[in-house]
Design a protein. Sequence first.
Length: 143
Amino acid sequence: MTEAATESAISSWFDDGPEPTLLGLQCTTCGNKVFPPRAILCPNPACSGTDFQSVPLGRFGKLWSFTDAQYAPPPPYPAATGEYEAFALVAVELDEEKMIVLGQAVPEVNLADLSVGMPMELTTGTLADGTVVWKWKPAGDQS
């Protein structure tokens, strides 16, 4: 785990090692992959599979869409300690799996830095409370 972090947000959803990886599930019947992991019934409408195996997902993708979170969430959601800082929310289509994964962009990236179709890379970062989460950065960026 990252030194400054206290715990992972959902440790079964990603590995936060030196090359962070999202962890999905793959249906053992049809091979369909799903993220976030939910092992109830295969999401493929043509499959009735109920057995899954954990699989790492690709770390790279293309920016599919983005927006920003300019305002702190209202109660009853927990407020960050200190002054609220806006951040970019991104939807990235994974290169290999062709699925879209949501997440925050790293703090150094703002809306002016983003454009649909740009290459993105998975990384990790912390929330205000120290919780480790996956985040996205422009591919090749050393943030």
